[in-house]
Design a protein around this ligand. Structure first.
Ligand code: HAX
Length: 425
């Protein structure tokens, strides 16, 4: 058994007992109330989900297991996965053990390549990526063991096994989606000596001078890993997993939600928006030009991508981390400079629109410019990158949920006639 799995086998029973005691003692206490506006407003602010891997206070942004993101931006994604699951960062030995475990599972079955090859050439990269995850469902340890009558307290262990298999294969799948979809040449075999992020960059086949792109990838795969339980991808995946659909089904389903323009797809739209301004104004636009462009976007009924958030009310610390990376490695790049200038202008423009609750940049506002700088210019691919990272959070949440024995998700819906009765309308 790997060191991480051993650690979890020790931690989980204690946590489960703590929850049982907690709910027994306080189970009838009220934690939230729901107004009619919230019921019709995407349940914004309604407390009713449980997620221990991370939380997102509106005034702080992402906190992973009690540690604010700004204090762990230098950690590698494998370390973040360990933290999400256990609540502590791994020792050097534990990290190596997890990396070895992932490495041993990275070979992708041939039929995945065959399925991807059979898809229409103009498929969206996210459709390709999610199809590849789903088609591997027949490998699920959870599904197999469930059909053999696995005991409930072993669910997490089988989910963990699926997690390792999936996480290990995502860089190779993602890299091939990129190379195939954008005609970049043949598939590049895995580098058996490279860590998860470095291997991904290797298989993408883009230049990596001084390993700068690898550094960016480690940051990128860290920053997008988890964002509590209520965002569309996490919530969708957890709902699917709560039916004891295995991780292949639930991750693929969650990532289909990430493919929406109001969620993960926003990152492809952000860079597009920035490049549009540069095309229109023949280079990096001035603040005045950007202000006008943002106002025109709003007037045309569109959103300014990369700005606003359902929960946050500050500049997303993930955006701060990308901005800091850009300042260090590409301060003179005109696309990056435009992103930085948009940050100076757009919050002022959005603040004037009363209905917009958060005028600040979210994670998607800056990442595209950094990828573009290193030659990853096909922005319809960007959500695949996001997906590879978000898989860490989705998988960790599923392992924890199965360990805690959470039941099938089933909130109550009502038709308008019933809500009218409830509010006395
Ligand atoms: N530009 C223009 N209008 C915006 C806006 C923006 N950036 N952000 C919010 N609004 C509008 C909303 O569309 C909404 O208008 P309607 O009432 O006419 O529908 C109104 O302001 C109130 O919205 P809100 O309460 O402030 O925000 P929501 O919780 O409803 O939505 C969104 C949050 C992220 C979906 C929203 O801010 C948005 O569409 N932003 C642009 C797209 C984007 O960047 N998405 C990525 C978010 C981060 C993420 O999940 N990444 O994966």
């Amino acid at each position: 058994m790997s060191m991480l799995k051993e650690k979890l086998a020790e931690i989980f029973p204690k946590q489960k007992a703590e929850i049982a005691e907690f709910v027994k003692a306080y189970g009838d206490k009220k934690v939230s109330e729901v107004t009619l506006a919230q019921a019709y407003g995407g349940m914004r602010g309604v407390k009713g989900l449980v997620c221990d891997t991370s939380e997102v206070p509106p005034d702080k942004g992402l906190i992973i297991r009690g540690i604010e993101l700004k204090n762990i931006t230098d950690k590698w994604p494998e370390e973040i996965l360990f933290l999400l699951l256990t609540g502590v960062l791994p020792s050097a030995e534990e990290l190596k053990d997890l990396q070895d475990e992932i490495k041993a599972a990275e070979d992708v079955p041939q039929y995945v390549w065959d399925v991807l090859d059979a898809m229409p050439a103009d498929s969206h990269p996210m459709a390709m990526f999610n199809t590849a995850v789903l088609v591997m469902q027949k490998e699920s340890v959870f599904a197999k063991r469930y059909s053999e009558g696995m005991k409930k307290d072993e669910y997490w262990s089988a989910t963990y096994d699926d997690m390792i298999q999936i996480v290990a294969k995502l860089p190779a799948i993602g890299a091939w989606v990129y190379r195939k979809r954008f005609g970049k040449g043949p598939r590049i075999e895995t580098n058996k000596n490279a860590d998860w992020s470095k291997n991904y960059v290797h298989m993408l086949g883009l230049p990596d001078k001084n390993e700068e792109f690898t550094k960016l990838m480690r940051l990128y795969l860290n920053l997008h890993s988890d964002h509590e339980g209520g965002n569309v991808s996490a919530y969708a995946a957890a709902t699917i997993n709560s039916a004891l659909s295995d991780l292949y089904y639930s991750l693929s389903g969650g990532l289909n939600g990430l493919a929406g323009p109001l969620h993960g797809l926003a990152n492809q739209e952000c860079l597009d928006w920035v490049l549009q301004t540069m095309k229109l104004f023949n280079g990096a636009p001035t603040e005045e030009q950007l202000e006008k462009f943002a106002e025109d976007t709003l007037a045309s009924g569109k959103v300014v991508p990369g700005y606003g958030h359902a929960v946050l009310r500050i500049t997303d610390p993930r955006f701060d981390a990308f901005l800091a990376f850009g300042k260090e490695y590409m301060a003179e790049d005109p696309v990056f400079q435009t992103v930085a200038r948009v940050f100076d202008v757009v919050p002022k423009v959005l603040s004037k629109v009363q209905k917009i609750k958060d005028p600040w940049p979210n994670v998607d506002a800056g990442s595209g410019a950094l990828l573009y700088h290193y030659g990853l210019e096909e922005f319809s691919y960007y959500t695949v990158l996001f997906s590879i990272s978000r898989a860490l959070g989705v998988c960790a949440q599923a392992v924890v949920s199965r360990a805690m024995g959470y039941p099938i998700t089933r909130p109550k819906s009502l038709p308008i006639s019933e809500y009218k009765k409830l509010v006395g309308a």
